[in-house]
Design a binder for this molecule. Structure first.
Ligand SMILES: [Zn+2]
Length: 168
């Protein structure tokens, strides 16, 4: 049976600050993210399965990514809890702001790795995460940087993208 890839795109806005960084991203600010989630699997062959012929129901994939990423990160600010930013995070939380504490430097690269773990933990048996492509705005002209997470190595993309490889 052929392997089929399914891709769905999501958009959200997230803030962050990079403690110790020597550029503008040391300040609290936000980005617009466009996340493309691609999963791979074989279409269900059991005629008695209500999802017969599907790799995964788009509605199910949407539910997973919405619950694990969009609903949690949209209009939230991400701080590294292992830095003095923990104090700022506590202050904002106490004032009712939507804050996410993580145990890593919240660069877009690391956030894509985090997203991948969250999605992989929810995928049904037989479905694997193939790639995560994250485009995020870098300035007011709405230029986007691309961070791509791939579960397979595609050497030709190394020049264009940052690739995080995960062996499945
Ligand atoms: Zn930033």
């Amino acid at each position: 049976m052929s392997k089929i890839r399914i891709t769905k795109q999501f958009s959200f806005e997230t803030g962050h600050a990079l403690y110790g960084y020597d550029g503008k991203c040391k300040n609290v600010h936000g980005h617009s993210y466009k996340l493309s989630v691609t999963v791979i699997g074989t279409p269900i062959t059991n005629r008695n399965d209500v999802k017969f012929g599907m790799v995964i129901d788009f509605t199910d994939l949407k539910k997973i990514v919405k619950e694990e990423i969009v609903d949690q990160f949209d209009h939230a600010t991400v701080f590294n809890e292992t830095t003095p930013h923990i104090e700022l995070a506590k202050e904002l939380k106490d004032r009712g702001h939507h804050v996410i504490l993580v145990d890593y430097q919240p660069t877009s690269e690391n956030m894509v790795v985090d997203f991948s773990k969250r999605i992989m933990g929810r995928l049904p048996d037989g479905i694997k995460l193939f790639s995560l492509k994250s485009l995020y705005s870098t300035n007011i002209t709405h230029n986007y940087r691309i961070i791509i997470y791939l579960s397979y190595t595609i050497p030709c993309l190394i020049y264009l993208y940052i690739i995080l490889i995960f062996n499945i």
